[in-house]
Design a protein around this ligand. Structure first.
Ligand code: AP5
Length: 211
């Protein structure tokens, strides 16, 4: 089962992806998390990705598809995966569909998170994330500790206002066309209201995933 979570920055893909993955017993694969980990480890991939990420631009499709190939081929993902933040361009969607077919699978569902821009900006401007396990928080100061793993909470460089503006523009220009691509390819696209209570949104998402 391959489930794609699609939505603008701050829509709650990471928050809900974690919960959905737990409920379905399959891993969440988040390209943003993989890339931030690579930056922290100072790998070549991380260093190459950093300049795009800090500016709010997309990392090249070839890098993302390489990450997806590795992640989807692991035993942990044999039963399926929740893809958080993949895919973001039509070439990525085409690449993922091809990769899934090679693995004898398909994209089963695309869940589209609907949140108005003013709410996205409010969420992102108040966000800190754990530098170790990447759990996001709202209303917790940088430098305090993660409730999950004790790691230090930090601000993401791409959560600064200029980069957020770019990320929203990039979403409209490069990621929104994926929705039409998915519909044109007869994929099951379900839109959910991703505002309000976090538990309620999880319920909406789980309902959207029912066959
Ligand atoms: P990535 O890390 O994927 O960032 P994003 O898509 O911009 O999404 P965010 O992590 O900002 O938001 P989210 O939707 O996960 O929301 P969250 O749950 O955190 O990507 C970062 C960068 O990596 C990209 O810009 C690009 O450079 C690169 N990249 C990654 N994937 C790529 C790809 N496929 N192709 C090319 N480049 C790629 O929630 C946000 C905040 O709101 C949190 O503080 C949370 O606590 C809070 N919150 C969540 N739900 C609610 C709620 N219901 N009510 C109130 N607050 C809430």
């Amino acid at each position: 089962m391959i489930i794609v979570l699609l939505g603008p920055p701050g829509a709650g893909k990471g928050t809900q992806g974690e919960r959905i993955a737990q409920r379905l017993g399959i891993p969440k694969i988040a390209t943003g998390d993989v890339l931030r980990e690579a930056i922290r480890n100072g790998t070549e991939q991380g260093l190459a990705a950093k300049k795009y990420m800090d500016a709010g631009e997309l990392v090249p499709d070839s890098v993302i598809l390489g990450i997806m190939k590795d992640a989807l081929s692991t035993p942990a993902a044999a039963k399926g995966a929740i893809l958080d933040g993949v895919v973001r361009t039509v070439p990525q969607a085409e690449g993922l569909a091809k990769l899934a077919a090679e693995l004898g699978r398909k994209i089963d569902k695309v869940v589209l998170f609907d949140v108005p821009d003013d709410e996205l900006i409010r969420r992102i401007s108040g966000r800190t994330v754990c530098e170790k396990c990447q759990t996001p928080y709202t209303g917790r100061e940088p430098g305090t500790s993660c409730a999950k793993c004790g790691g230090k909470l930090v601000r993401r460089p791409d959560d600064e206002p200029e980069a957020v503006k770019t990320r929203l523009n990039v979403y409209r220009a490069q990621t929104e066309p994926v929705i039409q691509w998915a519909r044109d390819h007869d994929l099951d696209v379900v839109e959910i209201d991703a505002t309000g209570d976090i538990d309620l949104i999880t319920k909406r998402a789980m309902r959207a995933l029912e066959p």
